[in-house]
Design a protein around this ligand. Structure first.
Ligand SMILES: Nc1ncnc2c1ncn2[C@@H]1O[C@H](COP(=O)(O)OP(=O)(O)O)[C@@H](O)[C@H]1O
Ligand SMILES: [Mg+2]
Ligand SMILES: [Zn+2]
Length: 273
């Protein structure tokens, strides 16, 4: 298997930064907040590699940096340090048309809230099709046929293709986000809490769908969830994040079955109760 994604020493900082911010974590500031300049280390010293077809879970409490890592991987968020390599190609500093091409072609994301990922005023087909137009497709009929195929593959009825997304339920909106993410056959699929806020039965169907997508493609997957059961079901490997840093990483069965770091132990025991 080839390495689809390699992340090295990734850092995202919210705020101006200062000499103390630049020091390794734990030197003078262990937490995410820099007491000197008030910046927040959204994430730092994050590193991992993911093969095509592999899935990595990211867990951690709210504010631990999970969405920040996904935003950086989706080239939504400029980084303060480190590198992101997609298929061996350094995309960290991609800008302009290269960044647009990567985001529309090689990357696919499902945001936690549909409003982040979709234009609710336009149709389901229009939302997904916009990515194909962004990577240079010109034939309306071909874009429409591809949008239809991808909607059916996420179990959305074809006749809903021309319905504005605003009319859809929460579960259906997440399916439209999935169709939009997958339509350009990305190398890397990013899922940020894709089932949070949905009814349990709707959650289960979305998770089944993600499992099927994994079986039927060799997309590399990074999935964020506060629900450890979701991570157990979907990801072979896991990172545990706390205050912007990875405190434990390894095989999901090992890390969640026999956590070594006190914070991972806390997370696991909290969900057993
Ligand atoms: N745009 C932003 N500006 C300033 N701080 C932010 C911004 N986005 C996130 N943060 C801060 O970065 C930290 C990590 O946030 P986030 O990545 O959203 O965590 P998670 O997804 O694990 O809940 C938190 O302290 C959060 O308040
Ligand atoms: Mg988040
Ligand atoms: Zn600082």
């Amino acid at each position: 298997m080839s390495v689809a994604l390699r992340v090295e020493d990734l850092a995202v900082r919210y705020g101006p930064g200062c000499p103390v911010c630049a020091e390794p974590a734990g030197t003078r500031s262990a937490g995410a907040l820099c007491e000197i300049c008030g910046s927040v280390h959204g994430c730092r010293e994050v590193g991992f590699a993911l093969d095509a077809g592999e899935a990595l879970g990211i867990v951690g409490e709210s504010g631990s940096g999970k969405s920040t890592v996904l935003a950086a991987l989706n080239l939504d968020q400029p980084v303060a340090g480190g590198r992101i390599l997609l298929d061996g190609h350094d995309v960290t500093a991609a800008a302009g048309s290269e960044r647009r091409r990567l985001r529309a072609g090689s990357l696919g994301i499902v945001y936690q809230t549909p409003q982040q990922g979709l234009d609710l005023a336009i149709t389901a087909g229009g939302n997904a099709g916009s990515r194909l137009l962004a990577v240079g497709w010109r034939s309306y009929d071909r874009v429409r046929a591809e949008a239809l195929a991808h909607h059916e593959s996420v179990e959305l009825a074809g006749e809903r293709l021309d319905t504005p997304v605003r009319a859809f339920s929460g579960g259906m909106r997440q399916r439209v986000q999935l169709a939009k993410a997958l339509i350009s056959r990305p190398r890397l699929l990013l899922l940020d809490e894709p089932t949070s806020g949905l009814d349990v039965s709707v959650q289960a169907r979305i998770l089944d769908l993600v499992r099927r997508i994994r079986r039927e493609s060799d997309v590399a997957l990074v999935i964020v969830s506060h629900d450890l059961a979701v991570i157990r079901m979907l990801a072979e490997r896991v990172l545990v994040m706390q205050a912007g840093r990875v405190v434990e990483a390894g095989l999901t069965d090992q890390v969640l079955g026999d956590p070594q770091h006190p914070y991972s132990q806390l997370l696991v025991s909290a969900q057993l109760t």
